[in-house]
Design a protein around this ligand. Structure first.
Ligand SMILES: [Zn+2]
Length: 341
């Protein structure tokens, strides 16, 4: 019998379980644990983890996992799904990106059992969850007061990972190198194929990002044969646009921001993206695009200081107009008119 062991728990094929995996207590003597859903089909198949809130203030993924678990469509016919809605559970409690020791958990992998608090959580997550997994999807959002257009970041030089990134089905994919100490790097060392989904803003639920993330995860599960194929999913997949690179456009003046562009917009070199005004109301500077591309990230506070990153623009070999149209189509499909108010 193929028993899956996580912490002290044993989960059999055909079982669906919720478990709490203990991590370090708070100094108030309160226990802290990682909430984990495990869904196992009777039939053997791939094991995949879906994780959220590795950065504790990135909440969209928590909602993505909640909806998936409670959705009728989410019937696993083969293999195992391990969903971890809050990896940096301390950060979630504090509504903070970081661990209480001020470390970024996503720079502390692989960690160790005797290391820092962040290192211990990284070690537990890696040795109890990632170790079992052939695949992983790690859900993120932009930083606080920054929004990202739904996008996949993955190592596109690995052909299996590239295939998964394409199957996920968001229009924009960024080929991104592995960062030292990241969950992605540790997963790759474990030979787990991993995608990072970036969408929306920290401390907010964003409906488009949630729906695009859910759909992407379901697409991957279907592709891996873990859920039944629907008639729609049998249609030929539409290849995403893979960015050649991206760059942040920074403010050259300090002041009050009037945004002119939105996420997903086509940007042409020299175009005014925002105006910066003084407290007296006059325009003191215009923020201009340095290259043509698609707007994939932006800061949301309408106040800016010189040098601050304001707009994240991705560059492509394909026609930007076509990409912007695709993004709009996906948005319309996921957010029906009545919801889009
Ligand atoms: Zn993040």
């Amino acid at each position: 019998m193929n028993v899956l062991k996580i912490g002290g728990f044993e989960i059999l094929p055909g079982e669906q379980r919720k478990i709490n995996l203990p991590v370090a207590k708070l100094y108030t003597d309160a226990n802290v644990s990682l909430p984990i859903h495990i869904i196992r089909a009777k039939k053997p198949g791939p094991t995949i983890f879906v994780s959220a809130a590795v950065h504790g203030d990135e909440l969209n993924g928590i909602e993505i996992i909640r909806r998936l678990i409670h959705e009728n469509k989410f019937k696993i016919i083969k293999g195992t799904v391990i969903a971890v809605p809050m990896v940096n559970v301390y950060g979630v409690v504090n509504q903070s990106r970081y661990m209480p020791d001020r470390r970024d958990l996503n720079r502390c992998f692989p960690g160790s059992a005797k290391g820092s608090l962040a290192g211990r959580v990284a070690h537990i997550f890696l040795s109890e969850i990632v170790k079992h997994c052939d695949y992983g999807i790690d859900l993120h959002t932009g930083a606080i007061h920054r929004s990202n257009l739904p996008q996949i970041r993955a190592d596109m030089s690995d052909l299996d990972t590239k295939e998964l990134a394409e199957v996920f089905g968001v229009p924009v994919v960024l080929n991104s190198n592995l960062v030292d100490g990241s969950l992605r790097e540790a997963a790759v060392k474990n030979e787990t194929k991993i995608l990072l989904y970036e969408a929306g803003e920290a401390l907010r639920f964003d409906e488009f990002s949630i729906r695009a993330g859910m759909k992407g995860i379901l697409n991957v599960l279907q592709y891996l044969g873990m859920t039944r194929k629907t008639p729609v999913s049998r249609k030929k997949k539409i290849a995403p646009f893979i960015a050649n690179g991206s760059q942040w456009v920074r403010a050259n003046a300090s002041g009050i921001v009037h945004n002119i562009v939105n996420l997903g917009d086509q940007i042409t070199k020299g175009q005014i993206l925002a105006e910066i005004g003084s407290p007296y109301g006059e325009v003191i500077d215009a923020v201009k695009a340095t290259r043509s591309g698609i707007l994939i990230g932006k800061q949301n506070i309408p106040l800016v200081q010189e040098g601050e990153a304001m707009f994240h623009v991705a560059y492509f070999s394909e026609d930007d107009e076509e990409i912007a149209e695709r993004i709009e189509t996906v948005q319309e499909q996921l957010l029906p008119e009545s919801d889009n108010v």
